[in-house]
Design a protein around this ligand. Structure first.
Ligand SMILES: [Zn+2]
Length: 464
């Protein structure tokens, strides 16, 4: 995530309804938990099962803003379940089947509570098939403007961090449960329907076109996206993999957004030279024109850029470098809990410094010194609090900590830590303690005091 430049942070937390969890007598089976216990997103995610795959089919009609969908989740019970919950904000559920058999279901705020006919033993693989529909609504977020599904004059954009997916499909909405995806989007002929991963073709019939996408690497739900509307779509190949970029038709074809997104392949290659192989099967980027999208987000394999990054005439490749760096830091290796967001944002901000230096701009040492001089050390990088999760301490102080590590261990060891960490944790999740432990093992020396000082110490640390 990169925030827009004219930014206003309001200190309000999103309060979602947490589903209740009663103690019926269910024999050996128990209800799955109503959330994953992440205080940054109360109510989000669920316990008791792990989703492996989402097969989504959605149809959207911009004329009346109606979405109809079918979601088939393939999951595994991680405990003996009498019932379980999915996150689904708004929308009406028509039918739920578990392993093909009708299942009882009810809504509890932004939760869909599913009671299968029979309990699910621990370790059991099962499918949940949900048909649903209605007029989607975004989730209010004080920090970033609305997140989730938003209708636009020419279509819709589903996007947002830390939550957005539950506004357009039933989901275990927390990065600790990553899954692969097949996404089919049907829209009126003439509109583009963009999403994550490898393009699997499109087909028109009866005035509607179905666009198919497939994300074969595990993806955190907030990294899924849907962008529907009037776009100039370019499809090609980069380094042997498909690259799909799209620029809103409302933006100039030769303007800064188009010029910036056009450098996606070049920037990915630069980052791969520092971080190791690009982790996904497709590349891309989407520049939207809707002013309500006041940020850029690292949606997996295809980041989305708000129009505020491309005012004026000059390209902005630093935001592209930031979102592409997230493909490694954030998307391939995801946070297990939101309080460790600096593991995404500190490294993505540092990648902006690396790219700027490479592209003839400010050196990394200069960026480090400039930022060091203005940093408020009273604000912690790790567990900054929900209202500060997108604050400077997470982004800029996080990048300072990354560079402090580089100075402490030297260039060769530093880049060996980054690429080794990314390879070891690929497609998984991690915590700050995991990263520090990996860095110490690779460097062969204790680094905890260094990280403590740079990440959470209350005074300016000595330069290593
Ligand atoms: Zn970011």
């Amino acid at each position: 995530m990169t925030r827009g430049r004219r930014w206003c942070v309001a200190a309000l937390a999103v309060a979602l309804l947490a589903g209740g969890c009663t103690s019926d007598d269910d024999g050996p089976f128990r209800p799955g938990a109503a959330d994953v216990g992440d205080p940054y997103v109360p109510g989000a995610g669920n316990g008791g099962y792990d989703v492996g795959h989402y097969a989504l089919k959605v149809r959207y009609e911009p004329a009346d803003d109606r979405l109809t969908g079918e979601a088939v989740l393939t999951a595994t019970a991680t405990k003996a379940l009498s019932r379980f919950q999915l996150d689904l904000a708004g929308l009406t559920v028509d039918r739920v089947r578990v392993d093909g058999a009708p299942a009882k279901h009810r809504r509890d705020g932004a939760e869909l509570v599913v009671t299968p006919e029979h309990g699910l033993p621990v370790g059991q693989r099962f499918t949940v098939d949900v048909t649903y529909g209605g007029v989607p609504h975004p989730l209010p977020s004080a920090e970033l403007g609305d997140g989730g599904f938003q209708a636009t004059p020419d279509g819709a954009i589903a996007l947002g961090q830390p939550e957005s997916a539950s506004t357009w499909y039933p989901v275990n909405d927390h990065p600790s449960d990553k899954a692969t995806y097949d996404i089919e989007v049907t829209v009126p002929d003439g509109l583009a329907a963009l999403s994550n991963g490898v393009p699997k073709g499109k087909q028109s019939t009866g005035g509607w076109t179905t666009w198919r996408w497939s994300e074969g690497s595990p993806m955190a739900s907030y990294l899924s996206t849907l962008v529907i509307g009037d776009y100039r779509v370019a499809t090609g190949t980069h380094a042997g993999k498909p690259i799909v970029t799209a620029v809103a038709a409302a933006l100039p074809a030769d303007g800064p957004a188009a010029a910036s997104v056009a450098r996606t392949g070049e920037i990915v290659d630069f980052l791969a030279g520092r971080f190791g192989p690009y982790p996904f099967d497709a590349y891309g980027g989407i520049a939207v024109a809707d002013d309500r999208i006041r940020y850029a987000l690292e949606t997996q394999s295809r980041p989305v850029y708000g129009p505020g990054f491309f005012r004026g005439t000059r390209p902005n490749t630093e935001v592209v470098a930031h979102e592409l760096a997230h493909q490694w830091f954030g998307d391939s290796v995801s946070v297990a809990r939101w309080s460790d967001l600096w593991l995404n944002e500190g490294f993505a901000t540092y990648a902006e410094w690396l790219w700027a230096e490479h592209d003839g701009g400010r050196t990394v040492e200069r960026a480090f010194a400039d930022r060091y001089a203005v940093t408020d050390w009273s604000k912690p990088t790790v567990d900054p609090g929900r209202a500060a999760m997108f604050g400077d301490a997470v982004y800029q102080r996080g990048a300072l900590a990354v560079h402090a590590l580089r100075r402490a261990v030297g260039d060769a060891t530093f880049f060996r830590i980054l690429s080794g960490w990314l390879a070891e944790r690929r497609d998984g999740t991690a915590t700050t303690a995991d990263f520090i432990g990996y860095a110490e093992r690779t460097a062969g020396k204790p680094l905890r005091a260094l990280f403590d000082a740079w990440l959470v110490g209350a005074t300016a640390p000595a330069l290593p």
